[in-house]
Every structure is written in structure tokens, then in C-alpha cells.
Design a protein around this ligand. Structure first.
Ligand SMILES: [Mn+2]
Length: 200
């Protein structure tokens, strides 16, 4: 009998003078998460990303939130980016591309990714409001930029419609989860990297 494909997992521990982060990530998971950070709004968003992206995520973060959420949010993005890269390993057989068009009531978001090893973020959203549920909306971009840089990901995030900030941000995280899950899939029969250059 054929063995079931092995779960791709990674562990990242990062400690700086600003934050302390411990993270375990599994692709091909069940979407189960245990998330403990001092930023409740981000906990909520990461849980959605994990659930809709079939990513198992175990995350514990502490940070200097007395100076704001910036360091903690950015550093979680860094660790998650590192974890994705570790999970992808040698990139062999990976589908590379993934996309998701996702509504959340009136909000509509489009996410397109390429596991390219060329970090690029297109962030086509200028939030109408600076704050939502005590959270600075500009940090969403910081989070994705940090993740993109470390994962070596091409990521296009577009908010096509939406009024409510909470809805829009939820749609961004769910949509990212779905797109990254699709792109991370292993293409049966593909033994090399998916590039005509033969290398990523
Ligand atoms: Mn919500």
C-alpha cells in the first residue's frame, strides 16, 4: 500500500530585543490553530487564514506592545515567511501558482500568489479608516510585506470592493490562506521545480 504523503512542517523560533516568537506550521493540514499573541485582532485573522488555508498553525508570540503592535505584527510575518519557505523545501513538484477570489458580505478580495523566490508585494488597498478594533490598519501591509520578503513570494492583494474594515481584512486573510494552499500543493508526477529554467 502506498504511504500517505508526508505532512510538510516547519518550526521557527525567533527572539529579538523586541519580540519572542515560537511557531510551528504544517502545510496539508486540517486548518487547526492555536494562536496566542498579545494582538487579539491578529489572532482572529490568523485563525481564519489557518482554517481556510488548511494550515495547522501553532503560534506563541510576546512583544513590546507598550510601544505599539508594530514589532510584534511584523515579526510574526517574518516567522511565518520563514516557516513557509522551510515547508516548501527544495520547491520540487510545487504547483507555484494559486489564486482566490473571496467575498465577505459586501467586501470582495482577490489574492494571487506565485511561489517564485522573488519577493514582490502588490498591495492595492488604501484603508479608509486608520483603526479597526484597536488595530492600526497600516500594519496589515507590514505583515504581508514581511511574510513576502522572507518566503520569497510574489503576492498580489487587491480589495475589489468593501465598506466595512473588519470584513475587508477578514477577506484578505481568508483569501491569502486559500491561495497559498493552492500554490503549495504538490503536482503529481512533477519531479522537478516548475520552471522552464529548471531552477527557481
Ligand atoms: Mn470577524
Amino acid at each position: 500500500m502506498k504511504n500517505p504523503p508526508k505532512k510538510r512542517t516547519a518550526e521557527v523560533n525567533r527572539e529579538t530585543r523586541e519580540t519572542r516568537i515560537r511557531l510551528k506550521l504544517a502545510l496539508d493540514g486540517k486548518g487547526i490553530s492555536r494562536i496566542e499573541t498579545p494582538v487579539p485582532f491578529l489572532n482572529h485573522m490568523l485563525e481564519l487564514m489557518s482554517h481556510h488555508g488548511f494550515l495547522d498553525l501553532d503560534l506563541k508570540a510576546q512583544g513590546d506592545i507598550e510601544v505599539g503592535f508594530h514589532h510584534t505584527v511584523e515579526d510574526i510575518g517574518i516567522c511565518l515567511g520563514d516557516a513557509f519557505q522551510k515547508c516548501w523545501g527544495d520547491f520540487k513538484g510545487i504547483k507555484r501558482y494559486g489564486s482566490s477570489l473571496l467575498p465577505m458580505d459586501e467586501a470582495l478580495v482577490m489574492t494571487v500568489v506565485d511561489i517564485s523566490r522573488r519577493p514582490y508585494l502588490f498591495y492595492g488597498w488604501k484603508p479608509r479608516k486608520v483603526r479597526v478594533e484597536g488595530f492600526d490598519t497600516a500594519l496589515i501591509k507590514e505583515f504581508f510585506q514581511a511574510l513576502v520578503n522572507r518566503a520569497g513570494l510574489t503576492l498580489h492583494l487587491r480589495v475589489l470592493d468593501g465598506e466595512n474594515m473588519h470584513h475587508i481584512i477578514e477577506a484578505l486573510f481568508k483569501s491569502f490562506g486559500r491561495a497559498i494552499n493552492e500554490a503549495s500543493q504538490i503536482q503529481t508526477g512533477l519531479k522537478t521545480v516548475r520552471s522552464t529554467k529548471g531552477i527557481l
